[in-house]
Design a protein around this ligand. Structure first.
Ligand SMILES: NC(=O)c1ccc[n+]([C@@H]2O[C@H](COP(=O)([O-])OP(=O)(O)OC[C@H]3O[C@@H](n4cnc5c(N)ncnc54)[C@H](O)[C@@H]3O)[C@@H](O)[C@H]2O)c1
Length: 396
């Protein structure tokens, strides 16, 4: 491959900023086989897009995403748009011969996720990535390494939770509350991350969702003015009062079983007052346990049950020691913690390494892998609707 990777990013808001920051910084901190070039940013509003391009250093701004992804100069297309657009944009990019990095969840629906998985299979020479960036929080990557070293032993319990509180009744009807644009609410937004995290750390697969519940607490929300932060919900119908129907879940909880015998709980909500971004997991095995909470992202709690009983107890590992903790060598001296943005920069480093033929530090998520997470999401939706257990073998 050439020594540079020309990137086209679609989407210029929340993820537009995190991804732009990652492309801007990654080669300053990591030694890479190639350098990403911020070739083209694509979005809908020309004035905003041009200002964004100037601010972040994108060479070109293109309001027509189809022209952007088929530009012969582009090597990697990055899809940072609402979920209902992932399928069309990613497949167009694959068909144009590009590598693709897509935001999570893979798609708004299982059918679209399957099409994306199939397209990736068809275009095997191109690589696909999905932004399950929390894998690259040093503490989560360390938990993965501890599990591979056998330090957790046989895993009995997985307790995964992603709790936010922002979806107050006065928050308007953003695209995130619209099934047509988002596919689901807390489930796909937050639950997808913890399903991925649980599959990643355990290296095991969920075989059955044994019970699920989904709830929409706030049934209607005010329609935002065009251009309001986060945009208007695509398919939402306005009522006479200027309110529209919420068509997604505010909270989704489910129970599951893993192939190797562990049982699990998953809890995703945007209505957990007091929790701002409590994305976490506890895993209990017969040799040890880990506990992680993103609100204290530089720490991993570890319990070593192989120590003499009199000294057993939860250890707080400050995961900031370069040589010993994943990704940290690229950053700062001990104790000079990392933040949210580093998870995206770490992932970008691994994607560029993978494109250059090197192994990523911990496994990256491709479309096939993200499709497996999407199957679990689908099983939970069906389980909640039918009030029954659903085997993953039934979800194709
Ligand atoms: N990995 C994470 O931690 C994380 C966090 C937040 C969001 N996400 C995911 O990122 C994606 C985007 O979310 P966001 O929070 O950045 O949303 P956002 O609303 O902040 O930004 C969406 C962007 O998509 C653009 N867009 C919408 N329709 C478009 C079209 N037809 N053509 C071109 N551009 C279009 C908008 O103009 C905007 O720039 C979603 O899939 C979401 O699930 C991931």
């Amino acid at each position: 491959m050439s020594k540079s990777v020309n990137v086209c990013l679609i989407g210029q808001k929340f993820m537009g900023r995190t991804h732009s920051n990652a492309y801007l910084k990654v080669a300053k901190f990591f030694d890479l086989p190639a350098e990403p070039q911020m070739y083209c940013i694509s979005g809908r509003n020309r004035a905003e897009l041009e200002a964004f391009a100037r601010r972040w250093g994108w060479q070109h701004a293109q309001t027509d995403w189809q022209k952007a992804v088929t530009d012969p100069q582009v090597d990697l297309v990055d899809v940072g748009t609402p979920n209902h657009l992932h399928c069309e944009m990613s497949i167009a990019a694959l068909e144009a011969g590009k590598h693709v990095a897509c935001e999570k969840p893979l798609a708004g629906t299982l059918a679209e996720a399957r099409q994306m998985r199939d397209a990736a299979k068809k275009h095997r020479k191109q690589q696909t990535f999905v932004w399950y960036n929390y894998r690259r929080t040093p503490a989560v990557a360390l938990a993965y390494q501890l599990a591979r070293e056998g330090r957790l032993g046989r895993i009995y319990h997985v307790r995964a939770f992603y709790l936010q509180e922002w979806a107050k009744p006065d928050v308007p009807l953003l695209w995130r509350f619209d099934k047509q644009a988002a596919g689901s609410g807390a489930h796909g937004d937050l639950g997808a991350h913890i399903i991925d995290m649980a599959r990643f750390i355990t290296a095991d697969e969920i075989t059955e969702v044994t019970g699920a519940i989904q709830e929409t607490f706030i049934k209607e929300r005010s329609i935002p003015s065009q251009g309001a932060k986060g945009g208007i919900a695509g398919g939402a119908k306005s009522s006479a009062q200027g309110k529209g129907k919420v068509t997604i879940d505010d909270a989704t909880l489910f129970l599951a079983k893993f192939k190797q015998g562990a049982v699990a709980t998953f809890e995703a909500t945007r209505m957990a007052t007091g929790n701002q971004n409590k994305n976490g997991i506890e895993i209990n095995g017969d040799k040890g346990s880990i506990y992680f909470n993103f609100e204290s992202m530089n720490e991993l709690m570890y319990y070593d049950a192989t120590l003499p009983r009199k000294v057993q107890g939860w250890q707080r590992i400050l995961v900031t020691n370069g040589p010993n903790h994943p990704y940290v060598s690229a950053w700062w001296p001990d104790g000079h913690g990392l933040g949210y943005e580093h998870t995206f920069i770490n992932q970008t480093a691994d994607m560029i390494n993978a494109l250059g033929g090197r192994r990523p530090l911990v496994p990256l998520v491709d479309f096939e892998d993200a499709y497996q997470t999407q199957r679990v999401m689908e099983a939970a939706v069906i389980s909640a609707r039918q009030r029954s257990a659903v085997k993953l073998s039934e979800i194709k």
